[in-house]
Design a protein around this ligand. Structure first.
Ligand code: ZN
Length: 190
């Protein structure tokens, strides 16, 4: 199924703060949604994308799977995965991650506190159940995208002092994003 590039919702759009609902129909609409999400993620050079980021409040996200980093630290993409109704069933260890988000473009924070290894139980496009265990970078992506389904952004995972310093430092960029998000909402409502 050919995917379409969808508009990525920006920080300030209330849809990013809402809880997504479980998927019940494993049909062509779901296949189209997932195809659109892969296309949109690819177009934006993202490592993961959750349905609320394109304004769809369903429990679906997609992630790229990367190989081990080479000498330059570059990771080659070796696959991609769509997770429907995902649930983190196990967490282990700790890691500090460098994170950005397609809904908060241009900004990144180094030092988000995450589990080092997670196991996620999810359904595929046919409704079959699977489990995936990832560590390091994949574990980071799974936790980041899982949070989006509950209206949580990586900024919410910073310690209060860190978050305040980050928001102060990037006050102008964040205000600009919020203005653009508002403008788009208004345009959509007109
Ligand atoms: Zn994100």
């Amino acid at each position: 199924m050919k995917g379409n590039i969808r508009e990525i919702k920006l920080y300030g759009d209330p849809v990013l703060r809402k809880k997504a609902q479980p998927v019940t129909g494993f049909d062509d609409d779901l296949r189209q949604l997932v195809a659109d999400m892969f296309e949109t993620m690819e177009d934006a050079y993202g490592a993961g994308l959750a349905a609320p980021q394109i304004g769809v409040l369903e429990r679906v996200y997609v992630v790229n799977i990367y190989g081990e980093p080479d000498e330059e630290g570059e990771r080659e993409k070796i696959g991609q995965l769509a997770l429907i109704n995902p649930e983190i069933v196990e967490r282990e260890g700790r890691q500090q991650t460098l994170e950005g988000c397609l809904s908060i473009p241009g900004l990144r924070f180094d030092g988000v506190d995450r589990a080092d290894t997670v196991t996620v139980r999810y359904q595929d496009l046919n409704g079959e159940f699977h489990e995936i265990t990832g560590n390091g970078y994949l574990a980071q992506a799974l936790q980041h995208e899982q949070d989006h389904l509950d209206g949580i952004l990586y900024l919410d995972r910073l310690k209060p002092g860190e978050r305040k310093a980050f928001m102060d430092e990037h006050r102008l960029e964040i205000a600009k994003m919020q203005r653009l998000a508002k403008k788009r909402l208004k345009r959509a409502a007109d």
